[in-house]
Design a protein around this ligand. Structure first.
Ligand code: ADP
Ligand code: MG
Length: 240
């Protein structure tokens, strides 16, 4: 579903990604962990065209992101993203936040979109919040709306960039639960997170990044119980 080969990304002279290669199979959940500044967000942003690629290739669901004839609208529809800051539209009610992109970008009919948006709200456990504004919701609830909004475009891949880092501790669990359900339904997911419990339980594969490279990767049990690299061990001893 995702194939990344020797991806480099620089901002001016600063080389942030120094040759990332990895594969994500359909329905796999890959967790990316690593210290702050290691390039995790930049990596995700390169996967959904929020950043241009300096060199290397990224192919997602058959779309070659370096193809000059690439249909960016199709790719953005195919690759959903959830951010640390939920980025909901504050002046729109919850249901309208979920409906806006399918109507404006994917040109779907209002009736179909509305039905689907209500289903998605039910899925994230917020059926009763369709008519309220984001400010009336807790952080965890806003993040669940943001997940529903991303799903409304019917993506084939979902990217999560530290989706629970800005939340009060007591609302982290409800967001992780929605993500776990999504994983169990077979969504292909790449998740940057410091929630090691989630990574251990839900991830099929864990990637440890540091200073713009993949230092180590493998099954969660391997990475968490028997890390091979000194840098991985040092990181894990700081976060767990
Ligand atoms: P992480 O998500 O792992 O904390 P980031 O991908 O956000 O790391 O950042 C990696 C490095 O790239 C950092 O040194 C950061 O300052 C730099 N960086 C990120 N975005 C930009 C940008 N738009 N312009 C210049 N430097 C950037
Ligand atoms: Mg980041």
């Amino acid at each position: 579903m995702i194939s990344v080969k020797n991806l480099h990304k620089s901002y001016g002279k600063l080389e942030v990604l120094k040759g990332i290669s990895c594969e994500v199979q359909a329905s796999q959940v890959v967790c990316v962990i690593g210290p702050s500044g290691s390039g995790k967000s930049t990596f995700l942003r390169c996967l959904n065209l929020l950043e241009s690629i300096t060199s290397g290739t990224v192919v997602i669901n058959g779309h070659d992101l370096s193809d000059p004839k690439l249909d960016t609208v199709v790719v953005r529809k195919d690759v959903g993203m959830v951010f640390q800051q939920f980025n909901l539209f504050p002046h729109m009610k919850v249901l309208d936040n979920i409906m806006i992109a399918p109507i404006k970008v994917a040109k779907k009919s209002k009736a179909v979109t509305r039905e689907r948006a209500l289903e998605l709200l039910a899925k994230v456990g917020l059926s009763d919040k369709a008519g309220v504004y984001p400010r009336a919701l807790s952080g965890g609830q806003q993040q669940r709306v943001a997940i529903a909004r991303a799903l409304a475009m019917e993506p084939t891949v979902m990217l999560f960039d530290e989706p629970t880092s800005a939340l009060d501790p007591e609302t982290v669990g409800e967001v992780l639960l929605v993500m776990k359900q999504l994983a169990q339904e077979g969504m292909t997911m790449v998740v940057v997170s410091h929630e090691m419990g989630f990574a251990r339980e839900v991830a099929d594969h864990v990637i440890f990044m540091d200073q713009g490279v993949i230092v180590e990767e493998g099954e969660p049990a391997e990475i968490f119980e028997h890390p091979r690299e000194v840098r991985t061990r040092a990181f894990l001893s700081r976060v767990s």
